[in-house]
Design a protein around this ligand. Structure first.
Ligand SMILES: Cc1cc2nc3c(=O)[nH]c(=O)nc-3n(C[C@H](O)[C@H](O)[C@H](O)COP(=O)(O)OP(=O)(O)OC[C@H]3O[C@@H](n4cnc5c(N)ncnc54)[C@H](O)[C@@H]3O)c2cc1C
Length: 464
């Protein structure tokens, strides 16, 4: 009889683990995902700028994961978006994993063009950054574009289906139980409850599923460790402000230590000529950004995030981040907040009229003009304000009064499951991968952890 693997989540981590496992004909592979199929995942925001609060949210859930409607920037470095060297304990293995993920994306239609930047321009940017006490991180990148990402994901999904992988979509997993010699996964599809038994589980439900997974982890007795989170806002400026930097690097990463608190602040996920978008979670909202290869806005946006670590007596950064997100959601009347940088610095709320007066037209129309200082803690606001003013030395104009800020943007990697180098937890045959368990923070790294989990299963199979 074929042995069975249940994969929870059809994001990059789940898909790439299935990719590797599908070469083993002795395994039956089932992927369960809470969201819709690739072609049914339409976000009204793309056309109208208004979030219709789809349930489940098409940006976060469904075949392809949150990466499916994303900008599809592939950061081809093992230490950005995670730390594969730390996870595997081997630098050459970490590098090979990135190459393997990249080659699968290329096979399924990712563009050949690689953004690596001109040496002279990079040096110039580095010089400017370092003169202001900022570190510029150079990353080779591939840009799929959110209008092409679904095609690439569709191609991967069809390949897997041909190899016999079964996808069960709109399947909301509610419970994972360990029974004698196997695991039982219970899910609800169209109000009917089903359960599926398997020899192995790879749990990869992404950030949106991390609350669910962490509750299972607690019930199952899987060991965890607390991780820092990132809290901040999304910065939106006119595209001409970002153009000189984008010419050097498609998704530039700057690392800054804030003046007052010496806290770590970074830029992340730049979308040139892109759109700010709303993320609808069960109890709160967040913001993110995307850009397309063919449809362009007049603006560019990037995340600006301050790292938060908590120590005894409260180490639970996830609960802390969620309470911040909930306050921001409350103040925004169920929508993210938007504020002009000048208003934030002057200690006044942005009103619809002040936003209208801004040189920059917001791309997320459903955001509520308000006061971010009422939602984010003082220390975080101070870190972000000081650091954005400093970044203005490197990207002139980002620190202007009319720059728009959207909050909350919170990256939860707060809890990390304790795993071995092949992503197996302390429960034998229960593997985890991707963002939802704090092992990654981007497409390439999440996919790589999926590959590692599948290697773990294949190793066990070959020795059994
Ligand atoms: C708008 C946006 C833009 C982004 N842009 C980029 C980018 O350009 N480059 C980059 O590298 N990264 C980007 N990211 C981040 C990137 O998408 C993630 O790091 C990556 O997708 C994580 O992969 P994952 O497989 O761990 O989780 P996910 O991609 O989140 O996939 C998890 C899957 O699990 C499913 N799931 C969750 N809970 C359950 C449950 N209870 N039952 C069943 N299924 C469940 C979800 O439906 C989802 O499909 C972006 C993210 C967003 C939201």
């Amino acid at each position: 009889m074929r042995r069975k693997v249940v994969i929870i989540g059809a994001g990059p981590a789940g898909l790439f683990s299935a990719y590797k496992l599908s070469n083993n004909i002795g395994l039956e592979i089932v992927i369960l995902d809470r969201g819709r199929d690739v072609d049914s995942r339409k976000c009204p925001l793309e056309n109208t700028g208004v979030c219709e609060s789809c349930n489940p949210c098409n940006v976060l859930y469904g075949a392809g994961g949150s990466g499916c409607l994303s900008d599809g920037i592939l950061n081809l470095r093992p230490d950005i978006g995670g730390d594969l060297e730390e996870l595997t304990g081997k630098a050459d293995k970490a590098k090979k994993l990135v190459e393997e993920v990249d080659s699968i994306f290329l096979e399924h239609g990712a563009p050949e063009k690689l953004f690596i930047g001109e040496n002279e321009a990079i040096e110039d940017l580095q010089r400017k950054a370092e003169a202001s006490g900022i570190k510029f991180i150079q990353i080779p990148q591939r840009h799929i574009g959110s209008d092409y990402t679904p095609k690439v994901i569709n191609s991967i999904k069809k390949y897997l289906e041909k190899k016999g992988v079964k996808f069960v979509l709109l399947a909301d997993v509610k419970k994972i139980e360990k029974e004698k010699g196997h695991y039982k996964t219970t899910y609800i599809k169209n109000t009917v409850t089903y359960s599926v038994d398997s020899d192995y589980i790879i749990a990869a439900p992404g950030r949106a599923g991390s609350g669910f997974l962490m509750s299972q982890i607690k019930d199952l007795g899987i060991k965890i460790e607390h991780q820092p989170i990132d809290v901040g806002f999304r910065v939106e400026v006119s595209k001409v402000i970002m153009k000189p930097i984008i010419d050097v690097n498609r998704d530039p990463k700057f690392h800054i230590y804030s003046k007052t608190y010496d806290d770590f602040v970074r830029t992340f996920c730049t979308n040139h000529e892109g759109y700010v978008m709303k993320e609808q979670y069960d109890d709160y909202v967040g913001v993110n950004g995307h850009s397309m290869r063919d449809i362009k806005s007049q603006n560019s946006n990037f995340a600006f995030l301050s790292k938060v670590t908590l120590t005894s007596p409260v180490e639970d950064t996830t609960s802390y981040g969620m309470s911040i997100a909930k306050i921001a959601t409350l103040l925004g009347g169920g929508n993210p907040l938007v504020q002009r940088f000048g208003d934030l610095k002057s200690g006044r709320r942005s009103t619809p009229e002040r936003i209208r007066k801004s040189n920059i037209k917001p791309t997320l129309l459903s955001a509520t003009p308000g006061d971010i200082a009422m939602a984010l803690p003082y220390r975080i606001v101070t870190n972000l304000v000081e650091s954005l003013e400093r970044l203005d030395n490197v990207i002139p104009g980002v620190g202007s009064d009319s720059t728009l800020l959207y909050a909350p943007e919170i990256k939860f990697y707060g809890l990390r499951a304790k795993v071995n180098s092949l992503m197996e937890t302390n429960l034998p045959n229960l593997f985890v991968a991707g963002d939802g368990v704090g092992l990654s923070r981007d497409i390439v790294n999440s996919a790589a952890t999926g590959i590692l989990a599948s290697e773990g299963i294949l190793k066990k199979e070959s020795s059994s």
